[in-house]
Write a protein that binds this ligand. Structure first.
Ligand code: AHR
Length: 623
């Protein structure tokens, strides 16, 4: 039997390897929050992504060409113009509006505005769409306004409603529309029309489809479900570069991103597009709540990407206070100043926060001020929140930070090397948060080579998860529509209608689904440098992670010392591909997905052959 096993293995060209696992004596504890998520506004992550708003440029920004994403409708003999009116808007935050002047229109010749959405608008059968806008009109009496979701190609009206705009004072109008038994599609747009001459001012036009858990101002269901399958334990937000802003004025200025959308001025993000800020501070926190993740809050720390730095000392104090107030908004009881604001915003219960991060990638600060800035934030935060763990974005010489955030973006070969990075890390130093990492292979989402690099790197983090306490892949999202991507090799791709997971996504789903509470000693002999492993366990199960990044099968004898006599059942999940370029796409979303099998192990040895280019998770019953 052993002879046949060896013969067939040698025929494939890969020498048999042995993986010895000490089942009985688990060593260090696994961090219970090893796997989490990192997010920022990049690749249309929120606008045109997770944040379910259908209307693009709902606040009517314009450039030389006119109002972006909006078009004039003049059907039949109708005649109208649209322009920006800088003299009037519904709030201090939104001081301008779209002015639609209709000089000729009737029931057969309506005039109005069309919004193209984020590369279309998803309309599904039998769904309810909730919308609103701020408006005023020059008409003496009520001005009937028709709102409709319309198919681009056929012109078919898929859902519609009408309402009357009353008078020349700004007022919010809410509406709902119901689709019938239409085919799900993204080739649709929004029309807002009138059937009589009139002047209509509009601002903050919004339409939401059904959202995850039915939240108002909420998130796309399909993308939330994909994240839920990853079982993330925390969410690092709001960046990344997006936290820092290109300039101080365009940082994540959280006070401008709370409360009703009409009070949010919007701002230019760092990835070459404008943010609606509909995904504001409370929305991030509710996203955490919905997926049972703890918030890991990034606090702006006085350094912006363009190179502006706020020196430590009195100049920085404003930002330290801003950070403290932000923490109070998030964690304070509703009788504190900022906790009360959160309660006013609809969430009386405080959120629990154990980790805050001071800035992002401050090694790029050429003025080298981070040590001082970190120390100033550290002192102020610890004084008010002694238990808070304060993450530094780079190593600090003057003091020992609680946690240091390491980032890795490498090609496949580089990540294979990094898989052993933490094996010899000094356990007396600060804990490690791998706050951004990815194998950059494949575009827009990673291919199987990326997944192999990612899985190899995850084995390294699991083997060392006594010191690597948290990790998060980045970027998490990409809108795969033309122009949607600013950073390639992303985890989850989508367009207006559908979403899909990359092979790396499925590797992460598999790894998170079986994670023990202790690390088990294991060693391998006879395998090449493209074989990776990690073993963790609970008293009930053993989780064995294996990666064969070669093009040939890997025969493996797994010795389970101390597992005990008798039969043990095992579930084996395999993710594999024929080439490292193989991948999933928006059109072919499930070419590479985990396949489940079961096995029975008798005694302490399992003869196993890993397929070529494969990632496997073996969950072995210890009873
Ligand atoms: O994940 C993309 C970017 O990479 C992040 O914004 C930044 O922190 C890093 O440089």
């Amino acid at each position: 039997m052993v002879f046949i096993f060896l013969l067939s293995a040698m025929a494939f060209g890969q020498t048999p390897a042995t993986l010895k696992i000490d089942v009985a004596h688990p060593k260090a504890a696994v961090s219970p929050i090893l796997y989490g998520l990192m997010t920022e506004e990049i690749n249309y992550s929120y606008d045109g992504g997770l944040y379910a708003e259908l209307v693009r440029n709902r606040t009517f920004r314009n450039d030389w060409s006119g109002i972006l994403n909006w078009y004039l409708i003049e059907k039949g003999s109708a005649s109208a113009t649209m322009s920006i009116d800088r003299s009037t808007g519904p709030s201090k935050a939104l001081t301008t509006s779209a002015k639609m002047e209709v000089t000729k229109a009737d029931a057969n010749s309506p005039a109005g505005l069309l919004n193209e959405g984020y590369w279309g608008m998803a309309v599904r059968p039998n769904s309810r769409y909730k919308g609103s806008f701020f408006a005023k009109s020059s008409s003496m009496g009520p001005l009937p306004v028709r709102v409709a979701l319309v198919a681009d190609q056929s012109g078919q009206v898929l859902a519609k409603t009408s309402l009357a705009v009353l008078g020349n004072a700004w007022k919010e109008y809410k509406f709902e529309m119901q689709s019938g038994s239409v085919a799900a599609s993204a080739e649709n747009h929004l029309e807002i029309t009138v059937e009589q001459p009139a002047t209509l001012w509009l601002q903050l036009v919004s339409v939401f489809p059904p959202t995850y858990k039915g939240r108002a101002n909420g998130n796309r269901i399909d993308i939330m479900e994909k994240m839920a399958a990853m079982r993330p334990s925390f969410l690092r937000f709001p960046g990344g570069n997006y936290l820092e802003g290109n300039r101080i004025e365009t940082r994540f200025d959280w006070k401008k991103m709370i409360g009703p959308n009409v009070d949010r001025p919007t701002h230019p993000g760092t990835w070459n597009y404008h943010s609606t800020d509909g995904m504001g501070l409370l929305e991030f926190l509710e996203w955490c709540e919905d997926l049972n993740m703890e918030p890991l809050l990034g606090i702006y720390a006085g350094y912006s990407l363009g190179g502006q730095v706020v020196k430590p000392g009195p100049d920085l104090e404003t930002y330290v206070q801003e950070g403290l107030e932000e923490l109070e908004y998030v964690t304070g009881a509703s009788d504190t100043k900022w906790g009360a604001v959160r309660a006013r915003d609809g969430h009386p219960a405080p959120f629990k926060v154990r980790y805050v991060e001071i800035g992002n990638e401050d090694q790029f600060d050429k003025a080298k001020t981070y040590e001082g800035r970190y120390a100033q934030f550290y002192k102020a935060i610890k004084a008010k929140y002694p238990e808070m763990q304060i993450i530094a974005t780079m190593p600090i010489n003057e003091m020992r930070p609680d946690v240091v955030d390491d980032h890795y973006y490498k090609r496949e070969r580089g990540m294979f090397e990094e898989a052993r990075h933490y094996d010899n890390t000094d356990r007396k130093g600060p804990k490690i948060f791998v706050g951004e990492w990815a194998t950059r292979e494949g575009s827009p989402t990673t291919n199987f080579g990326g997944a192999l690099g990612d899985a190899a790197f995850m084995t390294g983090m699991e083997r060392n998860s006594d010191i690597v306490i948290m990790s998060a892949y980045a970027p998490l999202f990409v809108n795969v529509s033309p122009g949607g991507m600013q950073w390639s090799s992303d985890l989850i791709g989508y367009d207006a209608l559908n979403s899909y997971g990359s092979p790396s996504y499925y590797a992460q789903v598999m790894f998170a689904a079986c994670l023990g509470d202790h690390i088990n000693e294991a060693s391998v002999s006879g395998a090449g440098d493209k074989f990776f492993y990690a073993v963790t366990s609970t008293p009930k199960k053993l989780c064995v992670k294996l990666v064969n990044a070669t093009s040939v099968p890997q025969p493996l004898s797994i010795e389970l010392t101390g597992i005990g006599a008798g039969a043990h059942s095992a579930q084996i999940q395999t993710l594999k591909a024929n080439t490292i370029w193989a991948t999933n796409t928006i059109a072919q979303p499930t070419r590479i997905v985990p396949v489940k099998a079961t096995a029975s192990i008798n005694g302490e040895r399992l003869q196993h052959t890993m397929p070529a280019y494969s990632i496997q998770v073996l969950q072995i019953d210890r009873k």
